[in-house]
Design a protein around this ligand. Structure first.
Ligand SMILES: *Cc1c(COP(=O)(O)O)cnc(C)c1O
Length: 398
């Protein structure tokens, strides 16, 4: 049964993804099942989307209720769940206002436009350049792709859009040197996700903020992956007590439903006046209802506290197995955002774990990334450990 799905995909779906040979058809909590009925424990969470696990009852019920009431009407009109979600997001963050869209890349496109428009409105139309970091990931559409400083994503798509300057991540002197009269913003993931689960020095983001203030430029945090409890706080900027002017969100925002957002202070958001930017589906009733339900769970009593404790436990267990395995170069993580960096390619290990009923992810060829649902149990984590340990031993013997 898996086979016919795979055949259809290969024949009729664009070949943009290198997929594993299973089709997942059902999910509950941290578990998913493929078409043949095989069970997997999910340490990928749909790439940091399913932070509450699969088909969380609150989210499912909110979607059902909203779907029966109203699914889409467009932003020509006021939308009840959108207004409520904006109120919630701003009350939970530094931001005063929110623009809604449908994905991470679109949120970053919005941020690029807003940063430029903000300076245009102040008569500084020459300030258009945005500084971004090596190993960043901001999305696949042309603006976000041009902001993404990883050449592997650029191959065959040049010319990129002008106006981006790339510097090393976690390097304040480089940032200081890169700022000119043309700079309008620094765009950075507080912790880099796709680039390898890279955690900055504790003072890095604060340092960037200071530079931005000195030069009167904007600080934009791409929290598409780090947002919604992934790194232990609701937003990663809280970890470093550094508020940006703009933050971009998507992935876990909708509890599994596609939605993106840009959140910013009144000072910058006043540049988004009618006609400047739009998204047909942005902030539609269905996605916003799902996001509201998801946020309610994440911000509920002790939810993040518990996730943090489990994350610390997971990190500890990873450190334990790393000790005996020379193939592990480094263990790192914050909250439920964890990685094992190997000194060998990890793709076979991912397949090995999958065969044994565990979904994990490998990025940058040699970084195993773990993004479990935030409410995964210790027991589920424990079940992965011996499998991972054996696979690592096998890999190091190769
Ligand atoms: C995934 C991701 C994006 C892109 O999000 P899409 O919804 O796939 O467009 C942007 N920034 C970061 C940090 C991401 O992890």
């Amino acid at each position: 049964m898996n086979k016919s799905i795979i055949q259809l995909t290969e024949k009729h779906v664009a070949g943009t993804y290198g997929r594993y040979p299973i089709a997942l058809v059902k999910g509950k909590g941290s578990k998913v099942w493929d078409k043949s009925g095989k069970q997997y424990i999910d340490f990928v969470s749909g790439l940091a989307v399913d932070n509450l696990g699969h088909c969380h009852p609150s989210v499912v019920s909110a979607i059902k209720k909203q779907a029966e009431k109203l699914i889409h009407v467009s932003n020509l009109y006021h939308i009840e769940p959108q207004s409520q979600l904006a109120e919630k997001l701003t009350s939970l963050s530094f931001a005063d206002k929110v623009f809604f869209c449908n994905s991470g890349t679109e949120a970053n496109e919005s941020a690029i436009k807003l940063a430029r428009r903000y300076f245009f409105d102040q008569g500084q139309s020459g300030r258009t350049e945005i500084i971004t970091m090596h190993n960043s990931f901001h999305g696949r559409t042309m603006g976000s792709l041009s902001a993404t400083a990883q050449t592997k994503f650029h191959t065959g798509f040049k010319p990129l859009l002008p106006g981006f300057k790339y510097i090393p991540f976690n390097d304040l002197p480089s940032a200081r040197k890169a700022i000119t009269k043309k700079t309008c913003a620094i765009l950075v993931e507080p912790l880099q996700g796709e680039g390898g689960v890279n955690i900055p020095d504790p003072s890095y983001l604060k340092g960037l903020k200071k530079l931005c203030q000195e030069h009167g430029i904007l600080l934009i945090f791409d929290e598409v992956q780090t947002g919604f409890g992934r790194t232990g706080k609701l937003f990663a900027y809280e970890l470093y007590k550094t508020k940006p002017d703009i933050m971009t969100l998507a992935k876990a925002l909708g509890g599994g439903v596609a939605i993106g957002a840009l959140a910013g202070t009144n000072r910058v958001m006043k540049s988004f006046v009618p006609g400047t930017h739009a998204a047909t589906f942005g902030g539609n009733p269905l996605a916003c209802a799902a996001a509201l339900a998801s946020l309610k769970v994440i911000t509920g009593k002790k939810f993040l506290e518990k996730a943090n404790t489990t994350g610390t436990y997971f990190l500890q267990r990873l450190k334990e197995i790393a000790k005996g395995n020379p193939v592990v170069k480094q263990v790192r993580g914050k909250g439920m955002f964890l990685a094992l960096e190997l000194n060998k390619p990890g793709s076979n290990l991912v397949i090995d774990c999958m065969k044994q009923g565990f979904l994990i992810n490998c990025i940058q060829l040699n970084v195993l990334r773990f993004l479990p649902p935030l409410n995964i149990s210790r027991k589920e984590i424990d079940s992965l450990i011996p499998v991972l340990s054996d696979s690592l031993t096998k890999l190091s013997a190769k």
